[in-house]
Write a new protein. Sequence first.
Lengths: 170, 198
Amino acid sequence: MSLSKLAFVSVFILFFALAFSSVTPGLAQSSGENAANSLNKAEGSIDSAYQTVLDLKSLGGNVNDSIAQLNEAAGFLAKAQVAYRLGEFDDAFRLANLCYDISNRVKVGTENSLLQAAAEQSSKAFITITGSIVGFVVSGLCSFWLWRVFQRRYNARILRMKPEVASNES
Amino acid sequence: MNLEGYRILFIAGTLVLMLIIAFPTLSLGVMFPSGAAKFSEFWLLGPNHMLGDYPFTVKTNETYQTFVGVGNHMGQDSYYKILVKFRSSNQPLPNDSEPSPLPPLYECQFFVANEGTWESNLNFSVSGVSFTGSESLVRDVTINEAAFPVNSSSPWSPDQGGSFYQMFVELWLYNMTSKSFQYHNRYVEIWLNLAGTS
């Protein structure tokens, strides 16, 4: 190999070594940032899915399946947190995205059930309130009528009571 | 009883009847406080699901099995997190209101239905143990197959014939208002003696 070729190869290797050393920390930093962003997104997604599940539960809906799926999502999130702490950013990114996908699916599914449960709840509430109002009025009127009947009978009974007349003839 | 007495009786009866009729409607808007106390159970059990059979004297690279569990009596489905931490005998433990400032190694997040329970394996091993002079050093702790560098040192106790560390687990509860986990004022711990592990 001639001297000029050797010099060219040396410069070429040096150039790539320098380029690689300056790019690698940047890549690591950017994958770290990506992982951190994914973790934040996954945490937010779990939070909103959990809120929806609680809302559905408060309306009397069945949340067993949603809780089971949220548990799966939370498991991925915990693994992602551990991977992030250990500097395994690619794993953290992948696991956080899995968590996001599952929790987002739970949220969408639960929101549909929530709309259905809210409609059922409002029709139940309407029936309950209407029933109470009707019951209120009927019980008031019945009581008043009963009272009038009772009062009439009571007065009649009093009037039927005649005072005893004592004779004082000698 | 005179007519006035009967009238009062009628009015009282009518009011009671109206209250009974209105109860379903009132219950829609009024929250009746439940008398039950809200709390979470938190336990750490040995390999045979017993309180007393925790691993104590541990050897390098040997895996020990424990079980950690949570019982939810918070009145609603709750979101929990456990943080597993490792400390030497001179590092801080959590107290009743503050978690330990030590960084967590392993963690788990999970949902528990109201009045439900959750339990999981917590398998651990220590590695990279060395004894230098009057203290021991633990380089790594592996929990459920994930290895964590700890580089924790603890003095050798000649009286008790060992060098003591503690693995403890803190319980955190998700707060929907602050949208973050908060220390739930509970932790469980086991002492580990590294005597003769090298």
